[in-house]
Structure formats: C-alpha cells, structure tokens
Write a protein that binds this ligand. Sequence first.
Ligand code: HEC
Ligand code: HEC
Length: 294
Amino acid sequence: MQGLFVKSPILKIALGILGALGCIILLGLVLLTEDVRMADQTDNWAAREIENGALLYANNCASCHGPDGKGLPGVAPALNSHYFFTNRLEDVGYIGSLEDFVRLTIAAGRPSKASSQWAQKMPTWGSQFGGPMRGDQVIEVTKFVMNYQDDALAQTPEEDPFQPFKDVRKPVNEQTIGEPKEAVESAAPAEAGAVRAPDQLFSAMACLGCHMLDQEQSTTNRGLVGPNFGNLAENAATRVAGLSAEEYVYQSITEPAAFVVEGYTPGIMPATFAETLSEEEIRGLVAWLLDPAR
Ligand code: HEC
Ligand code: HEC
C-alpha cells in the first residue's frame, strides 16, 4: 500500500497530467478509427445505390440506351460517352451540374419534344411527374449513370459512341468530342446577381421538358405534360378575367396553383420558380415567352 502512495505534490500533478493526456490520445485514436469506419459505411451505401441503379437500368433503360450505356443508333443517345461527360451540358445550355441534369431528365423525361431524331421519346420516370419510379429509385439509377464517368473519360474520340444531337444550338459538325473544355466550368451555377437569359433558363429550368415552344395549344393539339406555347400570347390574354397576358404568365410561373389550365393536373408544374429565379429573370422569361419573334 505504502509503495503506491505518492508523496511529492509535483509528482502527483505530473501523474495527473500524464493520465489526462493518455485519455485524450485514446479518445483521439477511437475517433480516428470511427471516421474510417463511417467512411467505409458511406462507401458501402454508395456501392449499394449504384448496384440497385444497375438493376433498374438493366430493366428499364438498356433497351434504348444499350446494355453498356453506349446508346443504340437512332434509338437513344449514349450516356457512357466522353462527349456526354465533357461537352453535353454546354451544348444544351444547362446551368447546373451533370448529375442534376441526369436526375431531372430521368425524372421528367422528354415526353413533349415535338420532332426528334430518335425513334421514341425519352419516357418520364419520376413518380412526381406521373412516372413509375420513386424518388430514391431515380437517384439510384442517376448514380449508376454517373458511374460511367471513368469509363467514358477514358474513351478516345474514335471510341466515343456519341451520336450528334440535331436539336442543340450548336451545329452538328461543331459538336466536338475531344478534350474536356472550360465549357463544363462555365456551365456552373451563375454568379450571384448575374441575370440568366430566358432561352437559357427555359432549358436550364427544364421548362422544355413539359412545354413545347413551337407547337400551338388547341383542342386537337394539346401538350402532353403542360400546355404548348406556340400561341401562348393569345391564350394568356384570355385565361383569367382581369389579368393581362403579362400578369397571367407571371402568375403562372410564380404561383402555378393560382390558376390551373383546364385538363391539366395541379401540382405538376413546379411551384419553386419564385425562389430559384430572380425577379428580373422571371420578368425576362415572361417577355420572351410572349414575344412572337422569340
Ligand atoms: C424508349 C426509349 C428510352 C428508354 C426506355 C429510356 N430512354 Fe433515356 N432517352 C431516350 C431518348 C430518345 C433520349 C433523347 C431525347 C431527346 O433529347 O430527344 C433520351 C435521353 C436520356 C438522357 C439525356 C441524354 C442527353 O444527352 O441529353 C438521359 C440521362 C437518359 N435518357 C437516361 C435514361 C435512363 C436512366 C433510363 C431508364 C430509367 C432511360 N433513359 C430510358 C430514350 C429512352
Ligand atoms: C414538370 C412539368 C412542368 C415544368 C418543368 C414547367 N411547367 Fe409550366 N406548366 C405545367 C403544367 C402541367 C401546366 C398546366 C397546369 C397549370 O396551369 O398549373 C403549366 C402551365 C404553365 C403556364 C400557363 C400556360 C397556359 O397556357 O396558360 C406557363 C406560362 C408556364 N407553365 C410556364 C412555365 C415556365 C416558364 C417553366 C420553367 C421555368 C415551366 N412552366 C416549367 C408543367 C410544367
């Protein structure tokens, strides 16, 4: 007993400090391995998402986009493509990330594209747009498509299964495959305060997935998902008594629930544009949509 008893106060303090240090180091070690354990767990999750996505892809997408994602001639574009991962966003004028573009395209599809170089339309998959997939399934299949990246970036221009798109603003012969360009950077979110052009917003905000600009809206030619905009100026002036065409279109964008066009389902048109667009951008869109010369 006597041997364990320490008399010197200095020694006592030193032992105390050593003990505390020991505890801190031990705690640090535990935390460190915990981080690794958590990271492993996150990797597991990501791997599981991609695996589930692969199954969804094989069952729902492979028939058009090919079993290896390399597209089928005339049927659907390649997703496992160098071009797709480097230059596609710039050519469509999409402002967000490629992952967002893929997720939104899968969820909304491109059901209302008028004429197309492809045999069939890209179907709508997300349940929020009336498709068969839950939100988490759309995310899983998106992760699977994004997982083509390494494979796609390793392709030489000759190996790229890319089929030029006939409907982007860039002429077919200028849609290059080559090296990743700054372009992908410039497709990053607009700087705070910058006003984005209406035609750019129309694709970036996925309006074109639901509204056709070049088709008239009539009883015999109704837009499938949302009304056609070919004759929007005339229609907008008569929709709501007391609202001018400008006021009506403004309200349609900022508050879609305020008036629902007959024959369409409320809640399909996103109600978030008042937050994601600036006042100036909304005004720009309204003027552009109503301009017969757009
Ligand atoms: C019936 C055929 C068909 C099926 C099935 C199909 N797609 Fe598509 N997909 C298309 C066509 C056609 C396009 C090009 C549409 C256009 O721009 O006109 C397309 C476009 C896309 C794009 C955008 C490509 C780009 O460069 O703009 C993505 C991403 C995509 N599809 C993913 C999927 C996924 C994931 C599935 C399965 C859940 C799927 N598609 C099922 C036909 C199909
Ligand atoms: C997911 C599909 C979808 C997207 C994306 C979408 N809309 Fe709509 N939109 C609809 C539907 C459905 C209606 C008709 C129901 C209603 O009035 O809310 C509609 C109605 C409208 C109307 C009224 C049309 C008329 O004939 O009276 C305007 C204007 C409009 N949308 C503009 C836009 C703009 C601008 C964007 C992009 C910033 C956009 N929409 C994005 C589905 C969509």
